[in-house]
Design a protein around this ligand. Structure first.
Ligand SMILES: Nc1ncnc2c1ncn2[C@@H]1O[C@H](COP(=O)(O)OP(=O)(O)OP(=O)(O)O)[C@@H](O)[C@H]1O
Ligand SMILES: [Mg+2]
Length: 326
């Protein structure tokens, strides 16, 4: 059985149209005009128990909207979803105890005057976690997130990175089975990013939780996710292996060549030069041209090394986001 099952799910926002000027403002009080924004358009996908799926797409693609529907914050305009067998937007208590939605841009936490430890106790009460289990979960989280001295600090006095670590502990101390992580690494420094990444990897491995993760950092999804769901303009544009993503979306491969006799004239007759230094070059070559180009390079030059690689995911996604999915 799937942990998450989504069928033809849609969300259309109705946003009031505001025109400039006082007269228009007064008129709009009488007769409001609305603009429809089709944020999510009949998307369908399934996620198996324990899977960690990267849910990626450009700004405004519909990622947060989808996660809000699946975590029960938002009622869809159409379509169906089941998470662990529950209909998310019914917000049944039993459901909310089994999931967590964590947003990097809005780290969670109760009243900011409380210390992290008091907030954890608060979570324990709300989610009815037994003492023994609470202790065990907390000590595991402490080990992974290095909470230590943070526990006695007030939430409002925490830095962004500390807040994210505490927020994760707060959200996970009741051991949710499904995590919706919306840009958990946004704005964090390199070592905090590393910590969050290895935390998510360890947590999902050890608890077999199902994770749906959005991020604009391709390194996040490359480290954590074997499977990618790409959403663009509210529609699913790719659903499959991380490995197959650039193969499907990029019409190019990278051909790296090293030659023994230093400079060798005009590389551009073989492909588009991405970078070069004396004796070495990286060429962007159309996928179907790779066999012919490598054969020509080998025949015409004194090659000491040649490698054909998928282009870096970062650059593939940059092009896809700018130019759309072919
Ligand atoms: N409350 C709202 N009212 C009206 N429109 C909204 C609302 N929330 C989001 N939208 C619009 O819906 C679309 C999808 O937004 P969403 O936040 O889901 O995108 P996203 O994929 O999470 O983008 P980002 O990567 O920037 O976080 C956007 O066009 C956005 O402007
Ligand atoms: Mg978003």
């Amino acid at each position: 059985m799937s942990a998450i099952s989504v069928r033809d799910l849609s969300m259309t926002y109705r946003a009031p149209v505001r025109e400039g000027g006082l007269r228009a403002a007064v008129a709009s009080l009488v007769r409001r005009r609305y603009r429809e924004i089709r944020a999510v358009r009949e998307i369908s996908f399934e996620v198996g128990p324990g899977e960690v799926v990267g849910f990626i797409g450009p700004n405004g693609a519909g990622k947060t909207t989808t996660l809000k529907m699946l975590s029960g914050i938002l009622h869809p305009t159409d379509g169906e979803a089941r998470v662990l067998g529950f209909v998310p937007w019914r917000r049944e208590r039993e459901y909310l105890r089994r999931i967590a939605m964590i947003r990097g841009s809005q780290p969670i936490g109760g009243p900011p005057e409380l210390t992290v430890m008091d907030s954890l106790r608060f979570q324990q009460l709300i989610y009815e976690v037994q003492d023994e289990e609470f202790k065990r979960n907390l000590s595991e989280l402490d080990e992974m997130l290095d909470l230590g001295s943070l526990l006695e600090r007030q939430i409002r006095a925490l830095s962004l990175g500390e807040r994210m670590r505490s927020g994760l502990a707060l959200a996970l101390v009741y051991r949710p089975r499904v995590l919706f992580l919306d840009e958990p690494t946004i704005g964090l420094d390199v070592s905090a990013v590393q910590m969050i990444r290895s935390f998510v990897a360890t947590y999902s491995r050890e608890t077999e939780a199902t994770v749906l993760l959005t991020s604009h950092y391709m390194a996040d999804v490359e480290t954590l996710c074997r499977r990618i769901v790409l959403i663009d303009h509210g529609c699913i544009a790719y659903d499959g292996d991380l490995m197959g993503l650039s193969a499907t979306l990029s019409p190019y491969k990278l051909v790296r060549v090293a030659v023994s006799d230093g400079a060798c004239g005009d590389w551009s007759r073989y492909g588009e030069v991405v970078e070069s230094e004396p004796g070495r070059v990286s060429l962007r070559v159309g996928r179907q041209d790779v066999p012919a180009v490598t054969a020509r390079v080998l025949a015409e030059l004194s090659v000491v090394d040649l490698a054909v690689e998928e282009p870096p995911l970062e650059s593939v996604m940059d092009r896809v986001y700018r130019e759309g999915v072919a």
